[in-house]
Design a protein around this ligand. Sequence first.
Ligand SMILES: [Fe+2]
Length: 542
Amino acid sequence: MPVVLARGRVENTHTSAFTRPSRSLLGLHANTKQAISIAIQETPAIHVQHLLIWSKSTGCRTGMKGNGMNNSAPLSRRGFLATSATLAATSAVGAEDKLQSRQASGVKVGEVTDSSAIIWTRLTAKATRNADGPKVVGRPGKEDQSPTASEVPKLLGACPGAAGRIRVRYGTKPDLSDAKSTDWIEVTEKTDFSHQFALKELPSDTVIHFAVETTNPDKTPHAPLTGTFRTAPKPDAEAEVTFAVITCQMFADLDHADGFHIYPAIGKLAPRFVAFTGDNVYYDSEQPVARTPALARYHWQRMYSLPRHIELLRQLASYWEKDDHDTLKNDSWAGQKQGELTFEEGLRIFRQQVPMSETIYRTFRWGKFVQVWLTDGRDFRSPNSMKDGPEKTIWGKEQKAWMFRTLKESDALWKVIISPTPIVGPDRPNKRDNHANEGFKHEGDEIRAFLKKNLPHNCFTICGDRHWQYHSVHPETGLNEFSIGAASDQHAGGSPGEKKDYHRFHRVKGGFLSVSVNAKGITFRHHDVNGKVVYEREFKTK
Ligand SMILES: [Fe+2]
């Protein structure tokens, strides 16, 4: 029986069918602005107390210091499950140290197939992000000086790492009574205190429950971080699938202190997965400019330790691409530097911050109706300054051959290429960084011609990078492209304007994209930042 250390006035308790507490109870606390209610659940399988915390003053159910979930809409069941999950990771005021989770940078569940997944996590010195410390936010000025490596752990939003051990327990039952366990893995500064656990032999189209367990180097345990995800259906399964796509998240343009509005909006949509097309953080065009690897890692810490971001990513499969700003700097390529940070180190840091397969370009099948391709646009690209021609490339020879081969081989009804940058556009005439620009026209023409010849009716591109939403149809090849738009309205802009010969839809605002497939067809929907559908286009199965 757990000992209740938390103090607080009982305001409310929450249970759910999913995490029905075997016992609940509550402690009281009078001397606080916050009225906190705590339900403690003892889950025998993982021996952890789940703490449900409700802050009356902030409306925050996460227990994250200083970050209210200012969400007035009633919690959906899914939303509630999300909340419950996070709470397992948090600790109440006065709770014993060992009850705190030490995964302030959250977990990411990636590379999900019908039988496997990779769980990324990182051991941190504290349960939550730094709630105070120097605030370095905004666009860079000429006089800006980046914090030194020793100052980074003290910054607001930093999540300093800690050495210790991590393992993952996972199974199909919510109480993990059928759980398998990975081996304990020691993490150190060498891997930024992170590890990626490959889970194999999972059942298809099944909700997998997991608990990421951590200990100090001396094996003193911390509270685990729990979550869920659902594996992909088998290729012949007639599964209805919805997924969401996000791009371009500038911290300075956050539209809520707890994280972007699009995160809870996507949670309410309950998709099977979310794909990130890159510019997941901005190393160069906002403060602090990442002139060192430590500062580059700090950008990931402060973005993915926000409560709303932790909430979504602990219970939803995610696929990750990178672009220029989360590799090094605007329109960057191999050999370039930003202070001490090299492009090549940027490539390594990206792979360390997200769950990733051996190859950075890959494809995932989600049932009979849909297959997605995730392309990489940085590792293999020619310098933007090179003269355009047959040798100039963004995809590189191997990725391009693999793309063309796997696209032709696929028997999925609908094929969706998720690209960090546009392939159709139109883009601004002064840009030189992507397949929709003059600078890479040769390869852009080659890709568009391939798709017209081989997959004229059932292949689409989704692109990130551009800070406006659009549905374009390429005038010569008929290729349909959907641009997601920036993660917040504050970050939207830059469009060259609506062009009638390309655009079927054009909107200079933030939001996200969702795609739904079923036996009837495939539907692309642009959403505003709160999830409202602002454009919809369906392609029917013939
Ligand atoms: Fe961007």
